[in-house]
Design a protein. Structure first.
Length: 94
């Protein structure tokens, strides 16, 4: 594979990979598991991410997003279009 082709693929995938909420940008938090003897081992506290089909009223269709549960509550309050505008994403791409 040529370097240029690889770079184009990487450019396309930026922002769409990893366990990150599409609307809020939430991701895993570094933490510790503490045993009874107070021995600390590092662990990741992941965001509660769900794949959801949400109705996009302006586009008159469903969009499938990977969102955290807190974002689902906020979508109910603000609306999907407003949240997408704040996050700077184009729902037509989903």
């Amino acid at each position: 594979m040529l370097w240029v082709d690889w770079w184009r693929i990487m450019q396309y995938d930026v922002g769409r990979t990893g366990r990150v909420c599409d609307l809020t940008g939430k991701k895993a938090n570094n933490g510790y598991k503490v045993s009874f003897s107070k021995h600390r081992t590092k662990s990741l506290q992941g965001a509660n991410l769900q794949y959801k089909r949400l109705w996009w009223e302006e586009g008159k269709r469903f969009v499938k997003l990977r969102v955290c549960t807190k974002a689902l509550k906020t979508v109910e309050k603000k609306g999907l279009q407003a949240m997408a505008k704040e996050a700077g994403i184009n729902l037509a791409d989903f």
